[in-house]
Design a protein. Sequence first.
Length: 397
Amino acid sequence: MNTTRVHTVPGPEARVLAGLGEPSGNRRQTVVKVLWTSVWLFYLGAPVSDLVAGGHSTGVRILGCLGLAAFIAWCLVLLLRTRRRASTPRLMASVGVLAAQALVLSVCLGREWLVLFVYVSIASGAALPARVAHWTVPGATVLLVLAALSVPAGGYYLAGLVVPALLGGFAVIGVREMVRTTLELRQARATVARLAANEERLRLARDLHDLLGRSLSLITLKSELAGRMLPDHPEKAAAQVADIEKVGRQALADVREAVSGYRRPTLPGELAGARTALAAAGIVADLPADPQLPELPEEAESALAWALREAVTNVVRHSGARRCSVRLAARQTPAGPELELAVADDGPGAGAVVPGSGLAGLTERLAAAGGTLSAGPSGGGFTLAARIPLTPLGSGS
């Protein structure tokens, strides 16, 4: 039986989508981030051109180069290395340092350096939580406007910088939220797949328990009987061995059908099997010869058939009974008509019922079909009763 393992840890394709403002987890992730960040580097053409041909003195050029290098380095740290789990005040302080650098360079070196505020807006959108970034991006844009009004001819640059600052910052916020949503959806899909796999394993465990319980009990009983018949009655022992082979083959076929998910046991079939199992155990069987069953959904009939199999298996294995009766009857209840399956034996019974995996599985099956299960000592023996509504679930009366 093949088992599919489901992991909730995002795979390599998900890890490539790491959020901006978080450290890279691998080389591929780093390359993706650097390529995305490099798209915005063309805005540095104005400050670089100003340093080369702006008519500044050598000392101012050196200081300008150092300031630009420090600004770029600090911006890359915010975009690529800052941990999202860092405290918001610390992140805001880092963005504030970047904004202060942009302001000083713009005021001291001229209008060509106003473009640095675009990077301030983008860095704040990448590093800060979304609820904070929604305020800091417009704040960086306002600071850009104030700086432009304080430098000579800075107003001419506003039309080309305000829109990129706003759109760039909010675009980064949108990309972050999209990445976060994508990762959450992938994790949710992995969780759903894991739950589905667990449900399938539970179904297989329940089916295998119900299928093999009676068959193995029959094999054990017939093996003991064949052993007692040898060597005095070899012909009868051979008949028991033939029955063992037949039961084993049927159990193998049932397991294969259950694993394939196609097995739908029926009440007539289980009644016939119950008669054989009780007779092999030497228990007098009182079963309906030709039950007149109402129309039942497949799921409801299957649940009752499993209940009959489990009840008879418990009678054969645990009850020590001499007689077992099975009753199928439709009756009217305040909640509507229902079909009741009752399996009663006259064995010693027990004072308290300790639900095992069989009763737990039956309860789940019946609950899925809208039915109920009750089991306990009754009249010096033990009675199991399974009830299924005759009105399908979700339909009116």
